[in-house]
Write a protein that binds this ligand. Structure first.
Ligand SMILES: [Zn+2]
Ligand SMILES: [Zn+2]
Length: 364
């Protein structure tokens, strides 16, 4: 029986498909092919060989595929199409867990930008000022070299991400030494391949036309992605059995340091003054983020909670340093006969009337 890496963690309502990405099953031929290229291409002896956790296929728009096909057609039988790796920077938490397939629109997130819009020669190399073979799009068969260019946020995740791309290499001009002023391949050639021996230790391939390349797969590899047990053990329906859902009302802005990495790597509460969740859990609602002693709402100062988890979700923190949204499920003391409204907040004037019971981490 093959293990379905995409079902890793199996969150309750997880679907392995998004508009741009489809999870590739490990039993699929494409998976075996990419895995072989990835492992064969891992040439740096000093870097431990990682394992692939998840493989996604990139679904390009029809228009994007058409312009690639048109470009390829010009080459007839000499397209020399190859699958080559590209490592770039990632600003979001996409891929941290297989259920986190949401691509971002953060301008500094090159990874998502390429999946959305493919490559753009103009944008390439803006991060790396040095371009060995001039202004082009750089890919390589050496996965461990592409890995050098991946820039994630290790405080979020130890998983790493590479793009596997279809590249029309055509007839390649081979270079052993740098040629930094190139803006197109030399006459009679379609691309440039840097071969090891001179200035390079590992192969790299450069194309100079946007339509000579399309992202084909996204590989997530490295250390196993962390799945928070509470996220799986707490499907939405369980919440109804809890008295109330409370959310701290701070940290709504993703501009500020919103929450810590609670639950991302381990269940450790942070000491951040700005962390609404950890402050509330530690003080049992006596201290909120930034040392505030109460929420302020329609009944004045006190603690506001919600029976309806959807309402609580509106106040849930969401930030780029964690893939999860966080809600605190709590027990609230209310007077006998008081109906807790479904559609409105429940107010208690004192922190003694409410205790945090569970921290629920979930993803959209
Ligand atoms: Zn992103
Ligand atoms: Zn925290």
């Amino acid at each position: 029986m093959s293990t379905d890496s995409c079902a890793f963690g199996k969150p309750a309502n997880f679907s392995a498909t998004s508009k741009q990405l489809v999870c590739v099953d490990p039993s699929d031929k494409a998976y075996a092919k990419v895995e072989e290229l990835f492992q064969k291409g891992w040439k740096h002896r000093e870097k431990e060989k990682p394992v692939i956790h998840t493989l996604y296929e990139v679904i390009c728009s029809q228009r994007s595929l058409d312009s690639y096909a048109e470009h390829k057609f010009q080459y007839r039988k000499r397209a020399n199409e190859q699958l080559l790796f590209h490592g770039t920077s990632q600003a979001c938490s996409f891929g941290m867990s297989p259920s986190n397939m949401a691509l971002c629109h953060i301008p500094s997130c090159s990874l998502c930008s390429i999946v959305w819009n493919s490559f753009d020669v103009q944008k390439c190399g803006t991060r790396h000022h040095f371009q060995r073979f001039g202004r082009g799009i750089y890919v390589t068969s050496c996965s461990s070299k592409a890995d050098d260019y991946f820039l994630g946020n290790p405080s979020i995740s130890h998983s790493r991400v590479l793009l596997v791309n279809r590249v029309i290499v055509g007839k390649a001009a081979k270079y052993r030494f740098n040629a930094t002023t190139l803006i197109k391949p030399p006459r009679g050639y379609n691309s440039v391949i840097g071969i090891p021996g001179g200035d390079l230790s590992y192969e790299e391939t450069v194309v100079y036309h946007n339509d000579a390349i399309r992202p084909a797969y996204v590989v997530i590899y490295g250390k196993a992605p962390t799945v928070i047990p509470s996220m799986e053990a707490m499907p939405a329906t369980v919440m109804e059995g809890l008295s109330c859902i409370q959310n701290t009302m701070t940290s709504q802005s993703s501009e500020t340091q919103c929450i810590c990495n609670l639950g991302v790597n381990q269940a450790v509460l942070c000491d951040l003054k700005s962390c609404g969740i950890c402050n509330v859990v530690k003080s049992s609602f006596k201290t909120f983020a930034f040392g505030e002693h109460a929420n302020n709402g329609r009944f004045g100062e006190g603690v506001y909670s919600y029976r309806n988890p959807q309402l609580a979700d509106k106040f849930a923190t969401s930030c780029t340093s964690s893939p999860y949204r966080v809600t605190i499920a709590c027990d609230v003391v209310v007077e006998n006969m008081v109906e807790v409204p479904e559609s409105e907040s429940l107010f208690v004037a004192t922190a003694d009337a409410i205790i945090p019971a569970y921290v629920i981490m979930y993803s959209a």
